[in-house]
Design a protein around this ligand. Sequence first.
Ligand code: DGY
Length: 334
Amino acid sequence: MKPKIFITRQIPTHVMNQLKEVCDVSIWNEEDTPVPREILEEKIVDIDGLYCLLTDTIDEELLQKAKNLKVISNMAVGFNNIDVDAATKRGIIVTNTPGVLTETTADLTFALLMATARRITEASDFLRSGKWSSWSPMLLTGQDIYNSTMGIIGLGGIGKALAKRAQGFNMNVLYHNRSRKLDSEQELGLEYCSLEDLLKRSDYVCIMTPYTPETKNMIRDEHFKIMKDTSILINTARGGIVNENDLYYALKDGEIWAAGLDVFEQEPVDFNHPLLTLPNVVTLPHIGSASIGTRTKMAEVVAENMLQALNGEIPVNIVNKEIVSNKSPISYFN
Ligand code: DGY
C-alpha cells in the first residue's frame, strides 16, 4: 500500500506527479484558499504525510487526532505555524525549506527598503491620481540609501544575503544576533552590536529573525523611542515580532520616519488596520519568496523532504533532529 499524503494547496504539476507516483495523494483543491480546519481535522486522522503551508495551523489539538502521521513538510523556512514540540513528542518529523528562498527574500527586502525610503508607491499613486502639476524641489522627498547605516536583527542566511546587497550601496552594516558570527563579520565587514546600539545608530532597521516566543513583540514602544526620527523599519520576517500598535503610534507621532511591511501579525491583514491608513507605510501581502523560480523550488524541496522521511531517511531539512536519534529507519514504501 502506498503511503497516504495530504496537500493543503495547489502545487506545481511536476511535483504533484512525482508525489503521485509513489504516494496515495489527496489535495485541498478549491480555488487558492487555505484548507478549512474541519477538512484538515478529517484528513489528519489517517495520513502518513502532510504537505502544508504557513497558513495552516498545525497545533497539539490537531496532532492528537493523527494516528499514522510520520512527517509534516512545511512549504516555508519559518515554521511558527507548527507546534514542533507536540510533533516531536509524537515522533513526527517536521521539515522546512531553507536555502532555496534566501536570495529571493533578500531581493524583496531590499526592494521594500528602497520603495519605502524613496516613497515609490506614494509617488506612483500621486501621479496616477492627477496631482502632479510641476517638478518641485521638495516634492515627495525621501531618505538616502547610499552611504547610510543598515541594522540587521537576526543574521541567518537571509540576513547575510541582505548584507551583501547593502555592500553594493556602500552601507555600513550593523547586526544583532543571539550569537556573534565572526566569519560573517570578516567576510562582509559587519559590526556586531547590542540591540539598543543597533536601534540608535541605524537608518534602516531590518527584521530578519525567526518568530519564536522569545522574539514575539521584540520591537515595541521603548525601542521606537530610541530609534532616529529619520529611521525606517523593514519587516519581511513575521509580523508578530513587532508590536503593531506601538509601531502605529511611532509612525504617527514621528518617532520613526517610515516602515516597509511584508508581514503582519494577522494575515491577511484587516483592510481597516490602522497601519494601512498611514502614508508613511509601504505594505505588501507576504511575498518575500514569491518569484516563480523560488516558489517552484520550494515545492520541490517540500516533496523531497516528504519522500525522504517516508523512505526512512533523515530529510535534508529536518527541523526536529532530536527525534531521529531515537528512531530506527523504516521505509513506508514497498
Ligand atoms: C517563509 O518561508 O517563512 C516565508 O515567510 C514565505 O516564503
